[in-house]
Design a protein around this ligand. Structure first.
Ligand SMILES: Cc1cc2nc3c(=O)[nH]c(=O)nc-3n(C[C@H](O)[C@H](O)[C@H](O)COP(=O)(O)O)c2cc1C
Length: 196
């Protein structure tokens, strides 16, 4: 099968891009609004684009009725955010934060998660997450209907249980989750390791 993009409808392109560009890491983004309400949402259009200094990106659509998602609104207002990562034991809570709640709802409370003060910014970290990157807004780039947000990392929190003294990661302790298309997810640890 070959599809010429200009002849292909949007729903099909959505299914193909989400189903074929896999597995995607999940950036679990915590922010605070100008009014002080905490927010969390997961994004799998997420990756690292620079390592020193680390720069991460997320790409966020509008809501179906066209309004900005709370994450984008908060980041554009406050110029900061935290990207936490999702380990297996937090999977169900991550899914709750992916539901749409009105701006005044604190998603930490909805999902039973604990806000933890960041060291360099006002947006809170997710205490239960094994990894959190405190970011300041580096660049905002609209791409067609998406809001692409780059964050420069100011501080990296890593749980001691998943990292060795020389900064190797123990994936069996980390247990990161990746996203495939539709309802499919993947456990991204230990499945495939080069011997040398
Ligand atoms: C695993 C997962 C990955 C998601 N990835 C994205 C994404 O990359 N971009 C996006 O706009 N929405 C994505 N969503 C949907 C948002 O998380 C959802 O719209 C959320 O309600 C936005 O919340 P907010 O309004 O608090 O920012 C994803 C949802 C899940 C569960």
């Amino acid at each position: 099968m070959e599809l010429l993009v200009k002849n292909t409808d949007e729903d099909t392109l959505y299914k193909l891009v989400l189903g074929l560009v896999v597995p995607r890491p999940i950036g679990w983004v915590s922010t605070v609004s100008r009014e002080g309400v905490y927010n969390i949402a997961p994004f799998s259009f997420f990756n690292a684009v620079n390592d020193a200094p680390p720069v991460l990106m997320i790409s966020v659509s509008n809501r179906d009725e066209g309004s900005l998602k709370d994450t984008v609104k908060n980041i554009l207002e406050t110029k900061e955010f935290v990207v936490n990562t999702v380990s297996e034991e937090l999977f169900e809570k991550m899914l709750i934060t992916g539901e749409e709640f009105p701006p005044e709802v604190n998603e930490f409370e909805k999902a039973g998660l604990t806000p933890e003060p960041s060291k360099t910014i006002t947006a809170p970290r997710i205490k239960e997450a094994k990894v959190s990157f405190e970011c300041k807004l580096f660049k905002y780039v609209p791409v067609y209907d998406m809001h692409v947000i780059f964050g420069e990392v100011l501080l990296i929190k890593v749980d001691d249980s998943i990292i060795t003294e020389n900064f190797s990661v123990n994936y069996e302790a980390y247990k990161p989750i990746g996203r495939l298309g539709g309802r499919y997810y993947v456990r991204a640890f230990g499945d495939c390791k080069l011997e040398k």
